[in-house]
Design a protein around this ligand. Structure first.
Ligand code: ZN
Length: 120
């Protein structure tokens, strides 16, 4: 048994209680605050959104490859940020998906651009 004394009145605190039975002061130690930084997945989600938009864009016009390229670039940037600071940034899976989709639409856009140029 550890004996502790009330820092307020000096009375012995009995057992596991932290509330002084004499003066009524609560000496419960402040729990070690577990700091959880805000989990930021905005970059990853942005990359994913741009990549998803590039899918119909590239289907309509080869120019959609720019959207795909943008999505892939943001996805790449997001993965870099997430790996550098995994406590703050989350969503590596989404960022990776964005990169893959972005790469696919960029390739698709390039193929359609080349086809168009060859046909012209
Ligand atoms: Zn006390």
């Amino acid at each position: 048994m550890t004996e502790r004394n009330c820092p307020n009145c000096g009375a012995t605190l009995v057992g596991q209680t932290y509330t002084c039975q004499y003066c009524g002061t609560d000496w419960t130690p402040a729990k070690a605050k577990t700091y959880t930084p805000p989990q930021d997945s905005r970059i990853a989600r942005l990359a994913f959104a741009v990549s998803m938009l590039s899918l119909p864009a590239v289907a309509l016009s080869w120019a959609g490859l720019f959207a795909g390229l943008t999505g892939a670039c943001i996805g790449r940037y997001a993965i870099k940020r997430i790996r550098c600071d995994p406590a703050t940034f989350v969503g590596e899976g989404i960022a990776l998906a964005a990169m893959i989709i972005g790469t696919i639409t960029t390739s698709g856009g390039l193929v359609s651009l080349i086809t168009k140029l060859v046909q012209a």
